[in-house]
Design a protein around this ligand. Sequence first.
Ligand SMILES: [Zn+2]
Length: 197
Amino acid sequence: MIQGEEMQQAIKVLAQLPGFGQRSARRALLHLLIHKDRKMAPLIQALKTCHDTIVACRMCGHLDTVNPCHICQSPRRHRHQLCVVESVSDLWAMERTGSYHGLYHVLGGVLSAMDDVRPEHLGLSRLIERVDDLQVEEVIFALNASLEAQTTVFVITESLPKSLKITQLAQGIPIGGELDYMDDATLQTALQRRGVL
Ligand SMILES: [Zn+2]
């Protein structure tokens, strides 16, 4: 074995990270070993701090050092809007827009028969409870356009009060997109959901 047991173990763990494979894991480890003081030590420290301090918010599922998270605690956030996202990275994407000022619910996945993800795994009862407690007026679905995500939207919608305003992010042509390159379904949706100028 060229790398030895210790390095093999590190490569094995690194290779399980999203976007990593065996090759990138080997390269990352080698890079860290060459720059032990400058790169590896700060990485170990930063990861340890995150490990020790970051928890999932019991209200919305966001990751933060406080529980409930800063968003759930903030008096500046609109409590009548709840945005449903699949993952924390999607929440971060929404926050980067600076245009949304309501609260969130992080599902942690979407319904999937193949991966055995059922409604109870997505904290649906917590979502329904919060809609009631906060007297939410609008639930905004900000999920991916996959079939599983759309099924998830349908299932959740069925469990929510009928009086609630339920919306989802617009689907259609991205900014800077060219019509000629759009797939038929995208173009069709954009036409159906066209807006008045
Ligand atoms: Zn929260």
